[in-house]
Design a binder for this molecule. Structure first.
Ligand SMILES: [Zn+2]
Length: 186
């Protein structure tokens, strides 16, 4: 796992350098703990997370901004100063994992990422099968609206890690499961 900003995407890197510089000038002793992670590194980290051995949330392998060079993790001293650092990152237009509206399991104050990075990644190259098991909860079901002749039907379901995915049927025949960020999987 790399802690070097040179591993980040060129469009993100100058903003990351600016953030680290500003935190240093403010006397917050910034330390970048993670930038780019390989798929295998993300998987190992995710396995630790599922075993309850990580302090902060870890994205499912294939879906983390770290795997594409679009995010970095940074800590400060004192740790609580990350609130100010995060606010500055948002001022720059970035997405901060510690935003107050992310309270709960998604709260990740050490995480800084590039806005809209998902639209810059070709997720069809991600062939990994999902690492979660599917719970039996049916969240909702609907037919495609506005198309009377549509034979497609989707059933929203939830994984054991709380993510929604869609079971898709065409004329009653199972087509596949679809999850945003992962694409189709069986
Ligand atoms: Zn992160």
């Amino acid at each position: 796992m790399s802690g070097s900003l040179s591993q980040l995407q060129p469009d993100l890197r100058p903003f990351a350098e600016d953030l680290v510089r500003a935190a240093g000038v403010a006397g917050l002793q910034p330390r970048v703990t993670s930038t780019y992670r390989s798929h295998a590194q993300q998987k190992a980290l995710y396995d630790r997370f599922l075993r309850g051995q990580q302090d902060f949330p870890v994205a499912r392998p294939g879906t983390s901004a770290h795997e594409y060079g679009w995010a970095f993790d940074m800590i400060t001293t004192p740790f609580a100063a990350l609130a100010d650092v995060g606010a500055y990152w948002e001022q720059l237009g970035g997405v901060w994992g510690g935003h107050p509206s992310r309270a709960g399991s998604g709260f990740d104050p050490v995480h800084f990422e590039y806005p809209g990075w998902r639209s810059l990644v070709d997720f069809t190259q991600v062939s990994e099968q999902p690492q979660f098991s599917i719970t039996d909860v049916v969240v909702g079901a609907h037919r495609a609206s506005g198309q009377q002749s549509s034979t497609f039907e989707t059933i929203a379901r939830q994984t054991d890690t709380g993510e929604l995915f869609y079971e898709v049927y065409n004329a009653g025949k199972f087509v596949g499961n679809y999850l945003l960020g992962l694409g189709w999987f069986r």
